[in-house]
Each structure stands twice: as structure tokens, then as C-alpha cells.
Design a protein around this ligand. Structure first.
Ligand code: ZN
Length: 135
């Protein structure tokens, strides 16, 4: 694990929240994209080494829309940057953690990602992310 790569925040309206975080962070979102496999639209801000990811659900019934229905808007996950995603997934699985995806999948901002089940991680959804090979 190298660092906190980004903090994911669940929002109801990406448009409204992008404006809000532009004021808070005093900078513009540098990327907006749709992650079809996760049924979310996201916006990224960079603050030094760390990023903030705002996530809006694209579809009723998606995991993110269930999260917002249950918890409201707020911190959704913490993402740690790792050097070798497969090796970290193996290490954590061997240590008894449950991976929400058994193989790395494409995430936001050009990363490959894996999520850990929050029931073993003090209720915090943890994302591991690594640069895609060759990026
Ligand atoms: Zn994330």
C-alpha cells in the first residue's frame, strides 16, 4: 500500500456537487467520466498527492443508489494506491478479507481496482487501485 489515492464521496447530483467541491477545494474537476460497469458517473479533483472522487448513481437499484438511500450523501470509500494489485489482493484474501471482485476490474481515472467487503474492514469500503499496465 503506497498512499491514500483518493476518497470517494457519494452524491445525489454530480452537477451540484462538482460546483460545491470547486468552491471548497478552489480548483476545477480535472476529469468527468461514466463507469458503465459500476453504473456511476464520477468527477475527480486533485489536491496534491490525493484525489477526491465524487460518485453519482446512474440507475435506481445500483449499489451506489442503495448506499445513498441507506446512508445519504457522504464518504463512500477510501482508495489506497498499490504497486501490484494482484499481489495485494492475494495477500488480503490470505489474511481472511473478502474481495468484492475476485479479479481486478476497470475503475475510474484509468485505474484497475478491487474492493474489500466492508463487513471485515470496520464498515469502511476499501478500494485498492493500481495504474493499468502500460500507463
Ligand atoms: Zn474510487
Amino acid at each position: 500500500m503506497r498512499k491514500v489515492e483518493h476518497i470517494g464521496i457519494a452524491v445525489k447530483s454530480l452537477t451540484r456537487s462538482v460546483q460545491l467541491f470547486e468552491k471548497i477545494l478552489d480548483c476545477q474537476a480535472y476529469k468527468m467520466e461514466t463507469i458503465a460497469s459500476e453504473k456511476v458517473s464520477v468527477a475527480f479533483f486533485r489536491q496534491g498527492e490525493t484525489k477526491v472522487e465524487l460518485l453519482e448513481s446512474l440507475e435506481a437499484g445500483s449499489p451506489l443508489s442503495k448506499f445513498i438511500a441507506k446512508n445519504g450523501e457522504g464518504i463512500h470509500h477510501i482508495a489506497f494506491g498499490v504497486e501490484n494489485l494482484e499481489a495485494e489482493m492475494e495477500r488480503l484474501q490470505a489474511a481472511g478479507f473478502v474481495l468484492l471482485n475476485g479479479t481486478p476490474k476497470p475503475g475510474g481515472d484509468g485505474k484497475m481496482v478491487c474492493f474489500l467487503h466492508p463487513k471485515e474492514t470496520a464498515g469502511v469500503l476499501i478500494e485498492l487501485c493500481a495504474d493499468k499496465p502500460g500507463e
